[in-house]
Design a protein around this ligand. Structure first.
Ligand code: TXA
Ligand code: MG
Length: 312
């Protein structure tokens, strides 16, 4: 039996499979089986108020899980699925409450990865999957990252090599009349606005997050990480690391350059692995330089500021 067939059988039997997508690795279970979905929350140590994204193979499979799809949502779907775009839509009664944390909406996307798509098709189920990392930690972009943190908690890990996009999907909510950006991600705001016009950017969620990826502290390495403000004097000690887009300052022994040529897509693809490499060096501090706030830079800056242990 092929690995994907085995994995599909595990999904049908209510088990957990970690699988690659173009954004990050997901920790998947049958979205229509509440017990299987409960096992995801347990494995990740994830609070059940944090709803999951449901992965489907195509629009037809999405339609069964939602009430209606507004016109602008359909325009985005036509242009960007399969891809790093998650839509929050009014849910149908088929979707168990544990998937959506009892919200009246469900988050759905079609991943752009052959292994993910084959797993969904072969199992015949929509697959609920958060990123395959313990809650609050850095998302995995390789199968090894998953093995290191959740290896003993999943029934199987499908290895598809490093993820091409490297940051999580962009989340747009159609719960209200106008589309709202809940989480910047692998699809840029500019690309979406070119198709549907102005998108409202959601502000902080207070203590009742709509997308707890929006919790202030999230995506965090163990090592304290501080965002560099332009006015900060840069002091490199023996145990300080630097992370940024390009042109590292001198004096740092531990440096992660996200893209020597300053390409934000390449930087996004490298971000989480770079954070992990610095985290493994047992440093006292990681100084992170924000990148230009455009294109995928928005997602990168969002993850860096949530990874920061110092709030301004
Ligand atoms: O790229 C991705 O989106 C990856 C891959 C595996 O697909 N998944 C991912 O899942 O990042 P996760 O669980 O780490 O983040 C999902 C986010 C959470 O912040 C959650 O709160 C939000 O989606 N979400 C899910 N359902 C929602 C809903 N009904 N309304 C608002 N936000 C929702
Ligand atoms: Mg996550």
């Amino acid at each position: 039996m092929s690995d994907i067939k085995k994995a599909a059988q595990i999904i049908q039997d209510g088990g957990l499979v970690a699988f690659p997508t173009e954004t990050v690795y997901g920790l998947g279970a049958d979205a229509l089986n509440p017990y299987a979905v409960a096992a995801i929350f347990e494995a990740k140590n994830r609070p059940t108020f944090d709803p999951l994204i449901v992965h489907v193979a195509d629009l037809r499979q999405a339609e069964i899980l939602v009430h209606a799809i507004p016109k602008k949502a359909l325009q985005l779907i036509e242009k960007f699925w399969p891809g790093p775009l998650t839509l929050v839509l009014p849910k149908s009664s088929l979707v168990p409450d544990i998937v959506t944390s009892s919200l009246p909406t469900v988050a759905i996307r079609v991943p752009n990865h052959p292994i993910a798509l084959e797993l969904i098709r072969e199992s015949g189920r929509p697959i609920a999957a958060p990123s395959a990392n313990p809650f609050g930690q850095v998302s995995p972009t390789t199968a090894d990252h998953v093995r290191q943190s959740l290896g003993n908690k999943v029934n199987m890990i499908l290895d598809g090599g490093p993820c091409q996009v490297g940051v999580e999907s962009t989340i747009i909510s159609f719960a209200e009349k106008e589309p709202v950006l809940l989480r910047p991600g692998g699809l840029s705001l500019e690309e979406m606005e070119a198709v549907i016009g102005k998108i409202i950017i959601s502000k902080g969620m207070g203590d009742k997050p709509m997308a707890p990826g929006q919790l202030e502290q999230h995506y965090s390495p163990r090592t304290p990480l501080r965002l560099i403000l332009s006015s900060d004097p840069l002091v490199a000690t023996a145990k300080t690391g630097w992370l940024g887009l390009q042109n590292p300052p001198s004096g740092f022994d531990f440096v992660e350059v996200l893209s020597p040529k300053g390409d934000l897509k390449e930087a996004a693809a490298n971000l989480f692995a770079a954070m992990r490499r610095l985290d493994e060096k047992n440093l006292d501090l990681i100084l992170a330089h924000p990148v230009p706030e455009q294109g995928l830079g928005r997602a990168i800056n969002d993850r860096l500021s949530r990874a920061s242990h110092f709030k301004t």
